[in-house]
Design a protein around this ligand. Structure first.
Ligand SMILES: NC(=O)c1ccc[n+]([C@@H]2O[C@H](COP(=O)([O-])OP(=O)(O)OC[C@H]3O[C@@H](n4cnc5c(N)ncnc54)[C@H](OP(=O)(O)O)[C@@H]3O)[C@@H](O)[C@H]2O)c1
Length: 368
């Protein structure tokens, strides 16, 4: 009986082209053709195109992954609609988060192998150390092709092997949201038990940020536009919630309730910076994560000098941070919050769900 995985493993070992050409035309069709969603022209959610292509063979420095699940970030929604505030989109296949199994590796790839359960860094060139703008040269789903396909090529340098305790679904939500929240809390703010963390909103970054901060022993405050979302965040462990729609001066309200927070995960960006500063205790750290636009009225940055605040922007994180995040999730038994799951064929509906903003946590896509 023909076994597709055995066949692909063998093809990788002895040379994919030679083995593939020995297959019957019907077998070849099953092996070599797979579907991807491509960004349309002009780019828009409605114009995403489901196409069937020849499955590419990994070149030097690349791996081929059979994708099990992927998920959507705020920026992916922007990219498919032709807008991203940093860098220029060059990818034709979107999505920076996903997980799957390696089914072939390029000729020189030795650090990962066929059969590994994996995910990939957002920035495959950032292995360890400090961030550099050069990492944008290879930004999955933005400057190189991303995860929204049945079988996708990824740079081997960014591949992260999954611990057995981490499911494909969980892993598929982490490369952007999870690594960014980890970087903010543990590398920048160095959160300690007993500190108070404010995390804005109920989306992907905020929700895993809540889970990680609680695991570190922090008190966590969440803001949202909806009371039902705040109630759900309380169920997930949040200690306090403030509705930023009904309480315009929500930063001051957070300060009243907590005495001032030590760390802010600023998941919106410049539009909410002033209120975030109002929420802070002296010497607090605000980590700028959200890429929200400059508001019409320039931020006044209240308390920046008076409270001696530390303001630090971050762009995702390194492969080392991703590996640390996975180890931390295993120890703390963190399971990311997946709000809704769509099939691969329903990718357009999944993007629309993100656009509607009704989700808490992540919107997942399960691949065939
Ligand atoms: N720097 C980085 O490396 C990095 C990495 C990942 C993401 N990001 C950025 O981080 C932001 C969040 O990304 P995401 O994927 O988590 O998005 P998401 O899942 O779409 O969530 C966005 C959330 O923002 C909240 N929100 C909107 N306006 C708000 C306001 N005025 N005050 C408080 N919350 C508000 C909403 O919360 P409610 O619905 O509860 O009101 C919504 O749930 C985006 O700007 C994204 O581009 C940056």
């Amino acid at each position: 009986m023909f076994d597709r995985r055995e066949f692909i493993a063998a093809a990788t070992a002895v040379g994919a082209t030679a083995v593939a050409s020995a297959a019957t035309p019907r077998q070849k069709a099953r092996i070599d053709r797979s579907r991807v969603w491509r960004i349309g022209s002009p780019p828009s959610i409605a114009n995403l195109q489901l196409v069937t292509r020849d499955t590419p063979t990994p070149a030097a420095g690349e791996v081929l992954v059979r994708v099990v699940a992927s998920s959507i970030n705020a920026r992916d929604r922007g990219i498919v609609a032709g807008f991203f505030p940093i860098g220029t989109n060059k990818a034709s296949i979107p999505l920076s988060e996903g997980a799957g199994e390696i089914i072939a590796v390029g000729p020189d790839v030795t650090r990962v192998k066929v059969g590994d359960r994996v995910t990939s860094c957002h920035f495959p060139n950032w292995v360890t150390g400090r961030w550099s703008p050069d990492v944008y040269e290879r930004d999955i789903g933005n400057t190189v092709d991303g995860w929204l396909g049945e079988k996708v090529i990824l740079p081997a340098s960014g591949i992260v092997v999954l611990p057995p305790q981490i499911s494909f679904d969980a892993a598929a939500t982490l490369a952007s949201s999870g690594v960014t929240a980890w970087h903010a809390l543990f590398e920048i703010a160095r959160v300690r038990p007993g500190q108070t963390v404010l995390t804005l909103g109920t989306g992907g970054v905020s929700t895993i940020g809540l889970q990680l901060a609680k695991a570190a022993g922090a008190r966590v405050v969440v803001t949202s536009s909806r009371d039902d979302k705040l109630a759900r965040m309380r169920e997930l462990g949040a200690d306090l919630g403030v509705n930023y729609r009904s309480t315009a001066a929500w930063g001051e309200r957070v300060r009243e309730l907590t005495g001032g927070v030590d760390i802010v995960l600023e998941n919106v960006g410049r539009p909410t910076l002033d209120e975030s500063m109002n929420a802070c205790a002296p010497s607090a750290t605000i980590v700028m994560i959200g890429t929200g636009p400059l508001p019409k009225e320039l931020p006044k940055m209240p308390g920046f000098y008076q409270k001696n605040l530390l303001l630090k922007a971050i762009s995702n994180g390194s492969r080392q941070m991703f590996e640390d995040l996975l180890a931390g999730m295993v120890t703390a038994r963190i399971n990311p919050v997946i709000d809704r799951t769509f099939t691969f064929e329903q990718a357009i509906e999944a993007f629309r769900e993100m656009e509607a903003g009704d989700h808490i946590g992540k919107v997942l896509i399960r691949h065939p």
